[in-house]
Design a protein around this ligand. Structure first.
Ligand code: FDP
Length: 344
C-alpha cells in the first residue's frame, strides 16, 4: 500500500515503512512513551537477523539438530537455538522488557538486577515449523506482548500466565518466499514485507480482513484416527461433495503453523490442530502460539477456539501449556465447534 504524497507539486507514491507506520500510530496516542514502538521495530530487526541466517541455511553448518532435547521433549534444531538466541540478544539489553519466555527455555529468562528493564513481557516461539528447517520450506516466529503490572520489579513466572485477551500486541514473522511481519496492537491487522534491496519493511497488506468463510482446510490428517469422533465427522463433512456450501474443501498443510494460518488469514478457511485420544490437550502451546495467532485472527474478523471455548478466554495454568487450536474464518470455526461439541 502506498500513500499518495505531494512532492514539489507532483503526486508521487512513497512506500509506508514500518518505522513510519509505527510513528504515525504512536502519534494518535499522546500518552505513549515510545517504548512500545521501539519494541515493534526490534521485532522487525529480529526478523531481519533470522531471515539472514535462513537464507544461507544450506550453505553454512546450521542445519540438523544440536543433540539436545527441549522442555517439550523435542529434539532441538540448531536453527531453533539460533533463532532463540537472536530474540534474546536483541531484547535482553534493550530496556524494553522485564521478562522473556520462549518455547526453547524451560523458565523465563531472568534479566540481571542491574540491567535496564521495561514494562513489557515478551513471549515467543522463536522458530515455528522446525521440521521444515532442513527442507527449505516456510518457517515462522510468533510473539505475544503483555504489560507487566508490577512496575520495574522482575515478574515471577506466575505473572506471565495471563489470558490472551490481555495481550497488548501479537503477531508473527513469516519466512517464506519473502519475509513478512504481520501484527496487531488491537486496532486491526497489518502486514509488512521486507524489501531486501533497502532492508526495510514496507506496508504491503493494510487492514487485513479474513473472509467469513473459506474453501481450504489445514490439518495433519495423518492423525485422523486419533481424533475424537466429532472432529472426524467434521473432516468427513469438509470432504463431502456439495456445491451449495462450497465442498469439498481443498486440503493445504505445510507443517508450519505460521504459514498455514497466514494462508487462511489472507484467503479464508480453517486450520486445526485438535486434541487426540491419548493427547487431549493437542500439540500447540497456548501462550506463545495459540494466543498471539488468535489475537491476530480475531482482529482480522475471524475466530479461534479450543473446540469448546474461545482461545483468548482460557486462563493459563503453566508456561508451556498445550491447547487444541481451531482457527480461521468465523463461519468455518463455528461449524467445526458444532461438530466437536456434538451439536451437528
Ligand atoms: P514444529 O513442531 O515442526 O515446530 O509449533 C509446532 C508445529 O511445528 C507447528 O508449526 C506445525 O503446524 C505443527 O507443529 C506440525 O506438527 P505435525 O508434525 O504433527 O503436523
Amino acid at each position: 500500500m502506498f500513500f499518495q504524497e505531494a512532492v514539489k507539486g507532483a503526486m508521487t507514491t512513497f512506500p509506508v515503512t514500518l518505522s513510519r507506520f509505527i510513528i504515525e500510530q504512536q502519534a494518535v496516542h499522546p500518552e505513549a512513551t515510545g517504548e512500545f514502538s521501539v519494541l515493534l521495530t526490534q521485532i522487525g530487526l529480529v526478523g531481519k537477523l533470522i531471515a539472514h541466517d535462513l537464507r544461507r541455511a544450506g550453505l553454512i553448518n546450521i542445519l540438523g539438530t544440536t543433540g539436545e532435547v527441549n522442555v517439550q521433549g523435542e529434539a532441538v534444531k540448531k536453527l531453533d537455538e539460533l533463532a532463540n538466541d537472536t530474540f534474546v540478544r536483541v531484547f535482553q539489553h534493550s530496556g524494553l522488557v522485564c521478562a522473556l519466555a520462549s518455547e526453547e527455555m524451560e523458565k523465563p529468562l531472568q534479566l540481571p538486577q542491574h540491567w535496564p528493564r521495561g514494562k513489557y513481557m515478551l513471549l515467543f516461539d522463536p522458530l515455528d515449523g522446525s521440521s521444515n528447517t532442513d527442507v527449505n520450506m516456510p518457517l515462522g516466529s510468533i510473539f505475544s506482548v503483555l504489560r507487566h503490572k508490577g512496575g520495574d520489579r522482575a515478574p515471577v513466572e506466575a505473572e506471565l500466565l495471563r489470558n490472551g485477551a490481555e495481550q497488548v500486541a501479537a503477531g508473527y514473522l513469516l519466512f517464506g518466499s519473502s519475509t513478512m511481519l504481520v501484527f496487531t496492537v488491537g486496532q486491526g491487522v497489518h502486514g509488512f514485507t521486507l524489501e531486501p534491496a533497502i532492508g526495510e519493511y514496507l506496508l504491503s497488506h493494510q487492514n487485513i480482513r479474513i473472509p467469513k468463510k473459506g474453501k481450504v482446510y489445514a490439518a495433519n490428517e495423518g492423525n485422523y484416527h486419533r481424533w475424537p469422533v466429532g472432529t472426524r465427522r467434521y473432516f468427513d463433512y469438509l470432504k463431502e461433495q456439495d456445491k451449495a456450501t462450497g465442498r469439498p474443501y481443498s486440503g493445504r498443510y505445510c507443517g508450519c503453523l505460521v504459514a498455514d494460518v497466514h494462508r487462511v488469514l489472507l484467503g479464508g478457511g480453517i486450520y486445526l490442530y485438535p486434541g487426540e485420544s491419548d493427547k487431549p490437550e493437542g500439540k500447540l502451546r497456548l501462550l506463545y502460539e495459540a494466543n498471539p495467532l488468535a489475537m491476530v485472527v480475531e482482529q482480522a474478523g475471524g475466530a479461534a477456539s479450543t473446540g469448546s471455548d474461545r482461545i483468548m478466554a482460557v486462563q493459563p495454568t503453566a508456561l508451556h501449556q498445550r491447547i487444541p487450536l481451531i482457527i480461521g474464518s468465523a463461519d468455518d470455526v463455528h461449524r467445526a465447534e458444532s461438530y466437536i461439541q456434538g451439536r451437528a
